[in-house]
Write a new protein. Structure first.
Length: 402
């Protein structure tokens, strides 16, 4: 008998019939590819969408923050303090500066003991940092007050023993209200608490600290030997220029004694975020695709074993080995393509849904949508190679005897 091959239409019909004979198994088999391709499309779409939002949503607080560090000791061991007494006023005169102030941790060498009372149960010292800060430094940190107020220029000029405490420090010290004008004791010296901070946009560590005026700290515990810094809040777009001008404004005689740290470049941040997202989520989608490929390969191989008699009959009627190979490759490829189409749709819907919830503009590149079904088809074909090869090797006589 002359052997005749299967035409494309017949091959498609046979593959469709093989899939529809076991619909539940086919659905479960395609599910791995659906998840893998869906994750692939969603990852690329969400990454593109997030990348397009980073410039617009770039943290304005970070983009408008400059830190100046005292590095005088590194330049000259006899230089002394780099920040002058009127450091705040010098920098705040620069165009584009909103607030600026010097701060440091007081009593760095020996530490300071903070208590809620001079004697009795509240006299036990707490591990709470005491930060010396000028009024400008507190304002530059963009604080939110739970109670009270910030100290201003008058307590700072007159070296008043007042303090602003963070909510965490208030909890440790047992202070819940300012109605009774509570006081705390730092190394036995009383300080009136004038404000409790509930939040800080910058320098969040101050929530666990006690903040006192810079001049008061200098009078009681001396100037900082090292570690003093200045926090500067600028207008949008002025940070880089202020970072360049601040050292000269503070110390025109020795600007090298001060190191200004401008905010990071948003373009670099966007590239880093995009790269991290791509690497992480593409790895996850790749794992899903491998799981889907294993599922397709396993199901197709089981189908080969179950349909041994059918394969033998087809071979006896003239089907060639390559026809059997093509038939099973067509089935696995169809399952992969179906999973790819559904996964692409689900991934696109996910990107749009997340963008709508976050009030973003969804970005899904056409190449990503086109690649989804192709990835599914490729996964299905690769998964079906071994089962199809196994089916093609079945001899008609052996198959019909089973």
């Amino acid at each position: 008998m002359e052997s005749t091959g299967l035409g494309p239409r017949d091959l498609l019909a046979e593959a469709t019939a093989g899939i529809l004979q076991r619909p539940a198994r086919s659905v479960l088999t395609a599910l791995g590819t659906v998840l893998g391709v869906g994750a692939f499309v969603a990852v690329l779409g969400l990454t593109a969408t997030a990348s397009s939002q980073i410039d617009a949503r770039f943290d304005l607080l970070t983009a408008t923050e400059v830190t100046v560090e005292d590095i005088a000791a590194e330049q000259d061991e006899f230089a002394g303090r780099a920040f002058p007494a009127d450091a705040d006023a010098r920098v705040e005169r620069l165009n584009g500066v909103r607030h600026a102030g010097v701060y440091w941790t007081a009593g760095t060498d020996r530490g300071l003991r903070v208590t809620a009372a001079p004697v009795g149960a509240g006299a036990g010292g707490r591990p709470i940092d005491v930060v010396a800060a000028s009024p400008g430094a507190l304002r530059a940190a963009v604080p939110t007050l739970a109670q009270g107020r910030l100290y201003d220029g008058y307590p700072s000029r007159t070296k008043q023993p007042v303090a602003v405490i963070g909510s965490g420090a208030a909890t440790l010290l047992g202070i819940t209200t300012l109605e009774a004008h509570p006081a705390i004791f730092i190394d036995g010296k009383p300080f009136t608490v004038v404000g409790i901070l509930s939040d800080l946009s910058r320098k969040a560590d101050l929530l666990l600290s006690v903040v006192v005026p810079r001049t008061t700290a200098e009078t009681l515990w001396g100037p900082p030997a090292r570690g003093a810094k200045m926090l500067i809040a600028t207008d949008t777009g002025a940070a880089v220029q202020i970072a360049a001008e601040a050292p000269t404004a503070l110390r025109p005689d020795h600007p090298e004694y001060l190191k200004a740290i401008p905010p990071p470049d948003p373009g670099t941040l966007r590239a880093d975020v995009t790269s991290d997202l791509n690497q992480l989520f593409l790895l996850l989608s790749g794992i899903c695709l491998v799981i889907g490929a294993v599922g397709i390969a396993n199901t197709t191989l089981v189908a080969v074993l179950e349909r041994t008699g059918e394969i033998g009959l087809r071979r006896a009627l003239g089907a060639r080995s390559r026809d059997i190979t093509a038939q099973f490759l067509a089935e696995s490829g169809a399952l992969g393509s179906l999973g790819g189409l559904i996964g692409t749709s689900l991934g696109t819907v996910t990107v749009v849904g997340v963008a709508v919830v976050r009030d973003w503009t969804p970005v899904v590149h056409p190449a990503t949508v086109a690649a989804g079904p192709a990835v599914g088809l490729t996964t299905g074909l690769l998964a079906g190679l071994y089962p199809a090869w196994r089916a093609a090797r079945i001899q008609p006589t052996e198959a019909l005897q089973r």
